[in-house]
Design a protein around this ligand. Structure first.
Ligand code: GDP
Length: 185
């Protein structure tokens, strides 16, 4: 398993580590499973601990393997934070458009990213659950202007209805690719 995996890694031009960040319940795990397996889960998480999945992408004829880490319910535990952030080139920072506190907490998450993450880490801000438009508590414009102020890419998504999910991850991967390929010139 280990050997065949490292053999297969030779096929890729780049391997990126990315992480999912944001309050518990905003839909991080479902964004990941929608993107990687096209699956959605209505119940809450069965597991505790860090999980990850892989996704393959091609940009400019380069093969990119992206490892996406999910906290799986460990948002409040500090012990694993530095290993979670170590080597991460990008983060999907997620809030729930129907829960204003998850938006108000973004500043706190950005502080953590600045404490633990690389200074040139790419951050994509994602407002999830737009299928629940009737319960919206954070407008699109608020999300957009917060992202602009902080220099983040921004997108609104629904993991449930598969709206913009692929686009959000691809935007993150494309931005990482731009930063990384510039560095290796
Ligand atoms: P996490 O704790 O951030 O990983 O969030 P989960 O992916 O476990 O989702 C938390 C809850 O929100 C679950 O009950 C999901 O079914 C639900 N959920 C996640 N994404 C969406 C979405 O886009 N729309 C709706 N309506 N519910 C969602």
């Amino acid at each position: 398993m280990g050997m065949s995996e490292s053999f297969q890694d030779n096929l890729f031009d780049y391997i990126f580590k990315t992480i999912l960040i944001g309050d518990s319940g905003v839909g991080k795990s479902n964004l990941l499973s929608r993107f990687v397996w096209d699956k959605f889960r209505h119940d809450s998480k069965p597991t505790i601990g860090v999980e990850f999945a892989y996704s393959n992408t091609q940009i400019d004829e380069k093969l990119i393997k992206t490892q996406i880490w999910d906290t799986a319910g460990q948002e409040r535990f500090r012990a694993f934070t530095s290993s979670y952030y170590r080597g991460a080139l990008g983060a999907l920072l997620v809030y729930d458009i129907t829960q204003r506190p998850t938006f108000n907490n973004l500043a706190k998450w950005l502080m953590e990213i600045r404490d633990y993450g690389d200074s040139d880490m790419v951050i994509a801000l994602v407002g999830n659950k737009i299928d629940l438009g009737h319960s919206r508590e954070v407008s699109r414009e608020e999300g957009q202007s917060f992202a602009e102020k902080e220099g983040l890419c921004f997108m609104e998504t629904s993991a449930l209805e598969n709206l913009n999910v692929g686009e959000a991850f691809l935007e993150l991967i494309t931005q990482i690719y731009k930063v990384t390929s510039k560095k290796s010139l």
